[in-house]
Design a protein. Structure first.
Length: 236
């Protein structure tokens, strides 16, 4: 596999066109590529920004979070957003130049729009898109990437029916390709001043390409989630 970071111009709040930046920066794509794009630049493209001097972050977090988890022992609120745990509902002020960057809207629809753009722009058929964000995990320091939306490929690779080293048939095991690729892409793109909000993942194994909404393949419903006991009392 190769993970190819793409350096772009700085996208400045309150709003700037992402497609013109992609036109100017993204090299020729190949069939089988997966393009990972930071949620921050998607949000700026959508105008999802608020001047810090004109906003109360705590109120913004309450408004933007799908679910809010109160933790008096920690200065930053934990929230559920995009079906994952994100600090402060994904609201960020780094590289905002005086603005809060809010989480993007319609993320799966936006991923579909980007997928169509890349297919047409680069005259290819098999292309994936992932919109990434950064999150922290329980019991771990440091942030890592997560896919908040994807399009153009199956985010899950099933191993059911395969045989292990000793001939035992696999009954349940699956690989989460979308989050694995997002984590690697965020490691390559950087978190501070690299200005590399796009990463091309090339040669990812076991990818099945195809159009259509695959969000249900990726996201576990709370009633089926083994981890539900950790958060169910905070669900609205």
């Amino acid at each position: 596999m190769k993970f190819i970071p793409v350096k772009t111009k700085i996208m400045e709040p309150p709003q700037e066109d992402l497609y013109s930046v992609l036109d100017a920066s993204v090299p020729e794509l190949k069939n089988g590529d997966i393009v990972c794009i930071s949620s921050k630049v998607v949000a700026i493209h959508q105008g999802r920004t608020v001047r810090i001097s004109e906003a109360d972050k705590a109120e913004l977090v309450k408004r933007e979070a799908d679910h809010l988890i109160h933790a008096d022992y920690h200065p930053f609120p934990l929230t559920i957003k995009f079906n994952t745990f994100l600090g402060a509902a994904g609201i960020d002020e780094s590289n905002g130049n005086g603005y809060y960057i809010l989480p993007p809207e319609r993320v799966f629809e936006t991923a579909a729009e980007l997928h169509g753009y890349f297919k047409k722009r680069h005259n290819i058929t098999d292309i994936g898109v992932i919109i990434t964000d950064s999150r922290s995990l329980p019991f771990r320091f440091g942030a890592m990437g997560v896919a908040i939306a994807c399009w153009g490929f199956s985010p899950i690779a099933s191993h059911v029916g395969k045989k292990d080293l000793f001939g035992r048939e696999i009954k349940y095991e699956r690989s989460n390709l979308a989050d694995a690729v997002a984590a690697a892409a965020n490691l390559v793109s950087g978190e501070v001043a690299e200005c590399q909000p796009v990463v091309i993942a090339r040669g990812v194994p076991e990818v099945v390409f195809g159009d259509g909404d695959r969000s249900a393949d990726l996201i576990v419903k709370p009633e089926e989630d083994i981890f539900r006991i950790l958060y169910e009392r905070f669900l609205k």
